[in-house]
Design a protein around this ligand. Structure first.
Ligand SMILES: Cc1cc2nc3c(=O)[nH]c(=O)nc-3n(C[C@H](O)[C@H](O)[C@H](O)COP(=O)(O)OP(=O)(O)OC[C@H]3O[C@@H](n4cnc5c(N)ncnc54)[C@H](O)[C@@H]3O)c2cc1C
Ligand code: FES
Length: 366
């Protein structure tokens, strides 16, 4: 089980007026910090007497980079994240306004399942909007630099000014003209100059699909989707129901739970059928007895018992708090980032999951 570690901020790069990239210097020999493209890092920031945890996708290549001073460059691992300020957002505002180079932050090492399947697909269609570009950047560096895969990216923003990683994407387009095809969707750009790879308006899933198919022709691309919850839901629905794309070719990273899900969660707490349970909790190689009251989220009870269980978003979207028991032991309707197969095998996201049997085992170490 991974624990929080103090990691120093090595570089901060302004991307747009309301977003920045933050790079960390991590212990080179520590394998926990090796990551795959598409994974995320969770951080904990003390703010106004509270300790707040949030997750941020890695935007850098998983390959080691050359860095150093005065020509004495050596290979180092410099994972970076990119953070867009959300209105009224506590941590995204702090990271964009107050964080300084040299500061130390408590971080959990990389994790997450929004990764590229093996063998690498011949074609990948990406649909991203706003800060949803962050995990796609890591995928792009990895796929273009280290494989032969071809990628079509449909990337939505309000205007040119709000496009994160604009220059980096242009460089990739120049370097890989036969393997990387970028389409911008701009919903509020005043200067609507005609360009074959710019669409003025929000991303429509049907338009994105047609663009991806125009390039990939008869091939069967894998689709990677990340952005606001309504874009994810609409794109997933279109791919599954209209285009009959198999679930294994649709990969999603949720940054937030959709509103419909939040309402369902409230309702479910009342109607869940959860029971009071005596749980055996396996964490960090040790076994603990924990009482989980009826109607309680598993993580709430585990933390209340004084155990240092891993968590971040606390809304069923990141999977930091994942644990496993016996199939059928848990109420898992809100576990957005678990696959149907994982749920059948007895996995649960403990921040939203509840218990439906009086005696269960909850194993965080799997
Ligand atoms: C796996 C994962 C990866 C993520 N990767 C990134 C990333 O690469 N870059 C990035 O900028 N963010 C990313 N996020 C979102 C990030 O973790 C925070 O949720 C976000 O920065 C808002 O936190 P906050 O403390 O500023 O806002 P809060 O103080 O928690 O919330 C303030 C208000 O903003 C709303 N809000 C919360 N999150 C969002 C959102 N994403 N979009 C719009 N409104 C929101 C809330 O409903 C609330 O009304 C990721 C989330 C997850 C689960
Ligand atoms: S803490 Fe993110 S899914 Fe539970």
């Amino acid at each position: 089980m991974s624990k929080l570690q103090k990691i120093r901020v090595n570089r901060i790069q302004a991307l747009t007026a309301d977003s920045c990239a933050i790079y960390f210097k991590v212990p080179m020999k520590d394998r926990e910090w090796h990551f795959s493209s598409g994974q995320y890092i969770s951080l904990e920031i003390p703010l106004n007497g509270e300790k707040l945890r949030r997750s941020y996708s890695i935007c850098t290549s998983p390959k080691l980079e050359k860095a150093g001073l005065l020509g004495r460059k050596k290979l180092v691992h410099l994972p970076g994240i990119a953070v867009k300020r959300v209105e009224g957002g506590k941590i995204s505002t702090y990271l964009n306004s107050d964080l300084k180079i040299g500061d130390e932050i408590d971080l959990l090492p990389p994790e997450g399942k929004f990764t590229i399947p093996q063998p690498k697909p011949e074609w990948i269609g990406m649909v991203a909007a706003g800060s949803g570009i962050t995990p796609m950047m890591s995928h792009l560096y990895h796929l273009l630099e280290e494989s032969n895969s071809k990628v079509v990216l449909c990337y939505g923003n309000q205007s040119w000014k709000s496009v994160m990683f604009k220059k980096e994407l242009e460089k990739l387009e120049e370097k890989y003209p036969d393997r990387f095809f970028l389409y911008h969707f701009l919903s509020r750009e005043a200067n609507q100059e005609k360009h074959p790879q710019v669409v003025y308006g929000r991303i429509k899933p049907s338009t994105a699909f047609k663009i991806i198919r125009k390039h990939s022709l008869e091939a069967k691309p894998h689709y990677f989707i990340c952005g606001p919850a309504d874009l994810i839901q609409a794109t997933k629905k279109h791919l599954k129901e209209v285009r009959e794309v198999e679930a294994r070719r649709i990969h999603i990273e949720w940054f937030e739970a959709p509103d419909s899900k939040k309402e369902a969660v409230e309702k479910e707490v009342e109607e869940s059928g959860s029971v009071h349970s005596k749980a055996r909790v396996i964490l960090g190689g040790e076994t603990h007895e924990v009482d989980i009251p009826e109607g309680s989220r598993i993580l709430d009870a585990v933390l209340a018992a004084g155990l240092d269980a891993p968590f971040s978003c606390q809304s069923g979207v990141c999977c930091t708090c994942q644990a496993k028991g016996e199939p059928g032991d848990f109420i898992t309707d809100d576990c957005l980032s678990l696959s149907e197969d994982e749920i059948k095998e007895g996995h649960v996201l403990t921040c939203v999951g509840q218990v439906r049997r009086p005696e269960v085992t909850i194993n965080y170490d799997v």
